[in-house]
Design a protein around this ligand. Structure first.
Ligand code: GLN
Length: 315
């Protein structure tokens, strides 16, 4: 029996909604604590640029760690893959996103660009060379959303409460890994985290990555090799210390942020953006896992599923 995309979305929503009470909104950045815990939105963008959505798909929220994907791509474009990965590794850390233990004890290089230590390192490469305004423009282009802007309130709230990131950044400087200004690095990193997106704009960026950097009009916005690298690192490290379980159960390269967003790029098929500020204990949208695991099964989106049935289900 053929199921429709709206039925699939309704069931995904139902499964996500069921786990929302088990999570909590982030409060370590006080402004994020004001989010509506019960909000949930799921947006799908097809390779032809068509949107299907349910719930809170147009509400603006800050992208937080999802910006690490944009920053990584821009750094690779600007400095080359070799130079970026001379400074940061490609391995999952198995630790929380804001951990500095493994960095201090086990390595002289952050494990990967998806955790804070790695993203701060990548950001430090951009300081003085790529302006915030140009990164904002790039984010708008990748998300096909000209209304993305800096959420000043969240930005100020994080700046006033970032002892942890300061510790990481100064540790990186002490090890000679950050060589530009630590204060400017922290500022640029925090600005990128404070860009306001929607589930719909995340689905646009996700489909761009899924289609190897080519948009629905056929324009190449990102080099395909860089998309391949970004997606691989999202798959292995994008959900922090639950990346392994997520890869098994969902199998879609994804990146989450503590603002509640998840960007999921189903290779060659479609892009998904989820918004749900109730987070699990790893700091990922708690509804994201059941929502995406269900979508992955129903639409056959797992990276190792050879059957592409999206054309049958999505008109
Ligand atoms: N701005 C947040 C931080 O640095 C981003 C973390 C996240 O989204 N996981 O702590």
């Amino acid at each position: 029996m053929k199921i429709s995309i709206s039925e699939v979305l309704r069931e995904a929503y139902r499964r996500g909604e069921a786990v929302i009470p088990d999570g909590a909104v982030a409060t370590y950045i006080p402004e994020l604590g004001r989010a509506d815990k019960n909000a949930l939105g799921i947006s799908i963008c097809t390779r032809d640029g068509l949107h299907y959505g349910i719930g809170t798909v147009d509400k603006r929220f800050t992208m937080q760690s999802i910006s690490k994907v944009v920053t990584l791509i821009v750094a690779m474009e600007r400095f080359g893959v070799g130079e970026v990965f001379r400074n940061v590794g490609m391995e999952p850390s198995g630790e929380a996103f804001n951990s500095l233990i493994e960095l201090d004890l086990k390595s002289n290089r952050p494990y990967n660009p998806m955790v804070n230590s790695g993203a701060l390192t990548v950001t430090s490469l951009l300081v003085g060379k790529v302006s915030f305004e140009s990164l904002l423009e790039t984010t708008r282009r990748f998300c096909n959303d000209p209304e993305i802007c800096l959420d000043e309130t969240v930005y100020r709230s994080e700046l006033a409460n970032m002892s942890r990131n300061k510790s990481i950044a100064y540790l990186l400087e002490s090890k000679g890994i950050i060589q530009s200004s630590v204060e400017e690095t922290l500022d640029l990193y925090t600005r990128m985290c404070s860009l306001s997106v929607t589930a719909r704009s995340l689905s646009n960026c996700a489909v761009l990555l899924a289609m190897d950097g080519v948009d629905a009009r056929g324009n190449e916005l990102i080099d395909s090799r860089l998309c391949e690298i970004a997606k691989t690192i999202m798959l292995t490290c994008g959900m922090y210390d639950e990346s392994g379980e997520f890869a098994v159960k969902v199998g879609i390269p994804s990146k989450a942020g503590v603002g509640g967003g998840v960007l999921s790029a189903a290779d060659n098929r479609l892009g998904i953006g989820v918004y749900g500020p109730s987070l699990d204990d790893k700091g990922n949208c708690i509804a994201g896992k059941p929502v995406l695991a269900y979508l992955s099964r129903a639409l056959k989106l797992h990276i190792f599923d050879p059957n592409d049935i999206t054309a049958e289900i999505i008109p």
